[in-house]
Design a protein around this ligand. Structure first.
Ligand SMILES: [Zn+2]
Length: 505
């Protein structure tokens, strides 16, 4: 594609014409011009369609930046379990679902593997990726080599470190380690990612249920209380405040946890809140459904009241990003030990369904809020449903993870673009998706927000004829420093070449 459109002839590779182009900051009817893998212009729709090798007519549809999934596990080994997809499969499924950049984790598998080795292994595997890839590091145990390893990771463009407050005996980091790594991340201008659940409470509660014979999958939600998540968030926020470290909470599943982040931000702590699609649409009733093993993940699904309140936080901007926490096990793995959740593989496949589940949940939360117009009307702060969606799905993950050239439809940005029709609904068939598994926790749900066209790095990978595998063209994206990126001059994503029209509502 990038070879097409002879240089100097004024013929671009691709134009997406007459779409409603939406960024986190506003929207306008425009033609998006793509050349050599980048957006070169956003031209007012009143102007003629610029010449191009290929023109996609996006009339009546929406054009948004390609999704950025900040939390994906690819070929993840946890104990004796390994997730079933590799980079080729995960990244293709991401593209099917409108996500053009994924962030994976280099998590040491055992005491013998260092954070640097874990990241290097993932970098090697990522050579098969169809979409762009960035990485998080991870630290389990502190030793005197960790500062130099973190320095080397930063030099490679791996500017965040994940730590688990639970999973004693496998991935858990103790408080000394968390505090010391936070200090290093301040020194290296990086971001600390945290899985927050209070380990002592989880261990105690799980043992109590095991002793009472209530340890099968039907009891998962009872063994990991909301209070355990909130207690851990509170503790980690205090450590972030003490060290001055920017902190990012993965998969927040309760409104209380989100509110703790909001309160900390109000007093100056640089804290961020992520949730996952499943916490927005599934409640703990799933554990008494016909297939409770479809929903084995940690944290577990919460009560219906919690889910409704979380969806409100999603719509009002308190939650900053939505990531899949993609972990691709199949039903044979999920069904091996449903009698004991301590021996089950936890995690859900979701990189492909993030866009429609998140869009549908947001649209429902939006409509439920009496202060806003229904549909895609604007909130009192001038932000509409579509802008909020773009922020959660692409712009904020790019900003917080300091991914240059990502998260906006604007000149100079990577040509990662998704065209969709917000009113088109499809029903999920868990057996017809493209992830390396045989089920979806969203099977049978009618969802809106499915991509119709996906462009990644200027290549059209999904269109009306289906998926066009681009081969292993995904690039590793080195990230900037957290504060370095925030201090950089803000792009003007809604600005365009030769157009005076204001961003409309
Ligand atoms: Zn995860």
């Amino acid at each position: 594609m990038s070879a097409a459109g002879a240089p100097g002839t004024g013929v671009a590779d691709l134009v997406i014409a007459h779409g409603l182009v939406v960024n986190a900051t506003g929207r306008r009817l425009a033609h998006v011009v793509v050349d050599a893998g980048r957006v070169t212009a956003v031209v007012d729709a009143a102007e003629p369609v610029p010449a191009a090798e290929r023109v996609i007519d996006a009339s009546g549809r929406v054009v948004v930046p390609g999704g950025i999934d900040g939390h994906c596990h690819v070929a993840q080994v946890t104990g004796r379990w390994r997730t079933l997809d590799d980079y080729a499969v995960t990244s293709a499924a991401a593209l099917w679902g409108g996500t053009t950049t994924i962030l994976d984790f280099g998590i040491p598998r055992d005491a013998g593997e260092t954070p640097l080795e874990a990241a290097a292994n993932k970098l090697a595997l990522a050579a098969e990726a169809r979409c762009d890839v960035a990485l998080h590091g991870a630290v389990i145990d502190w030793d005197e080599t960790v500062p130099a390893q973190l320095e080397e990771l930063a030099r490679l463009g791996i500017r965040s470190v994940k730590m688990y407050m639970t999973n004693r005996g496998s991935t858990m980091a103790d408080n000394d380690t968390v505090l010391k790594v936070m200090r290093e991340m301040v020194r290296l201008d990086g971001l600390t990612y945290i899985h927050a659940e209070h380990d002592a409470m989880i261990v105690d509660c799980t043992q109590e249920h095991a002793d009472a014979g209530r340890i099968g999958i039907g009891h998962l939600h009872e063994t990991r209380p909301e209070l355990a998540e909130e207690a851990s968030v509170r503790e980690v926020l205090a450590m972030a405040e003490y060290t001055g470290a920017p902190v990012y909470f993965v998969h927040q599943s309760t409104p209380g946890a989100v509110d703790l982040v909001a309160e900390a931000r109000a007093r100056g702590v640089e804290a961020h809140s992520e949730t996952c699609p499943h916490y927005l649409v599934l409640d703990d009733g799933v554990y008494s459904s016909q297939f409770p093993e479809w929903y084995a993940c940690c944290p577990p699904m919460r009560s219906a009241e919690t889910v409704a309140a979380l969806r409100g936080r999603f719509a009002d901007g308190s939650i900053h990003t939505v990531s899949s926490d993609h972990s691709c096990y199949d039903l044979s793995q999920k069904r091996e030990r449903t009698d004991d959740i301590r021996h089950m593989p936890h995690g859900l496949p979701g990189v492909e369904t993030r866009m429609p589940v998140a869009f549908t949940a947001l649209a429902e939360g939006w409509d439920a809020d009496g202060t806003r117009a229904t549909g895609d009307g604007a909130a009192p702060d001038g932000i509409g449903l579509l802008e909020r969606f773009v922020d959660l799905f692409a712009a904020a993950p790019a900003r917080i993870n300091a991914l240059p050239g990502k998260g906006a439809v604007a000149p100079g940005f990577d040509a990662d673009l998704v065209v969709f029709d917000p009113s088109e609904a499809r029903t999920v068939d868990g057996t017809a998706l493209h992830m390396g598994t045989d089920f979806s926790p969203f099977h049978g749900r009618s969802l809106r927000g499915w991509p119709q066209h996906v462009v990644a790095g200027g290549r059209v990978v999904l269109d009306q004829d289906g998926f066009h595998d681009p081969g292993p063209v995904g690039r590793f994206v080195p990230r900037l420093g957290y504060r370095e990126s925030l201090a950089a001059p803000a792009p003007a994503p809604a600005a365009s070449v030769g157009a005076a029209a204001p961003e409309g509502q």
